[in-house]
Design a protein around this ligand. Structure first.
Ligand SMILES: N[C@@H](CCC(=O)N[C@@H](CS)C(=O)NCC(=O)O)C(=O)O
Length: 208
């Protein structure tokens, strides 16, 4: 069976947990405590040199890390990933956006706020992360509310239906208040969060 190396509070791990659950793909979840260096042991690094979860190991020994690459692999050929080439490029656009503009600010700030005991040089960047996280939320709000030139309101991020892009962006947006973000000025984002959580097979981030 597939083994998913995971850490329950992690939104990146949650993305994979959520998709596998919604696809009804069985998996064994291996919980690693990232605070105790359990992803930095010689054994783990020999398999996953990036030293981070989520990471997946298949029965035949193949391995995959990076949450959005894992989502892409499992979503291929399912309703969670468009087949049209432009829609797929749009999906990638949002997955890269999530990793470059959204996660490094919103997820990192949440981690630092919820783990005050962890010493981390990024603590000097809390204000910058707050500002950049709000910038990312504004981009999402504009897409969903359809406020751009010649634009229209949208329910989802890619191809007019729920997809791995919604999963990837939902993972840290719905817990953004834990990192000090107030979503009151993002009504379209809040309505989209409610839609995502109403999808069949949805599980909360706290569900192992
Ligand atoms: N870009 C990676 C980020 C993975 C990541 O930062 N994982 C964190 C938990 S959310 C981790 O394992 N940290 C442990 C460490 O750095 O030692 C992804 O999307 O999978």
């Amino acid at each position: 069976m597939i083994r998913l190396y995971d850490y329950l509070p992690s939104g990146n791990g949650y993305k994979v947990r959520l998709l596998l659950t919604q696809l009804a793909i069985p998996f064994i979840r291996v919980e690693l405590n990232i605070l105790n260096g359990e992803t930095r042991t010689p054994e783990f690094l020999a398999k996953f040199p990036n030293g981070r979860i989520p990471a997946v190991e298949f029965e035949d020994g193949r391995r995959l890390f990076e949450s959005n690459a894992i989502l892409w692999y499992f979503a291929e050929g399912t309703r969670f990933l468009p087949s049209d080439s432009f829609a797929r490029a749009r999906a990638l656009q949002w997955l890269f956006f999530e990793q470059y503009n959204h996660e490094p600010n919103i997820a990192s700030r949440r981690f630092l706020v919820t783990h005050p005991q962890v010493q981390d040089p990024r603590r000097s960047l809390m204000d910058m992360m707050l500002k950049r996280g709000y910038d990312a939320l504004a981009v999402m709000e504009s897409h969903l509310a359809g406020t751009g030139h010649g634009d229209h309101p949208r329910q989802w991020f890619a191809d007019n239906r729920y997809s791995i892009v919604d999963i990837a962006l939902y993972a840290y947006t719905h817990v953004a208040p834990e990192g000090g973000y107030n979503l009151v000025e993002y009504p379209a984002v809040r309505a989209w969060l409610t839609r995502v959580s109403a999808e069949p097979g949805h599980i909360p981030i706290t569900r192992a």
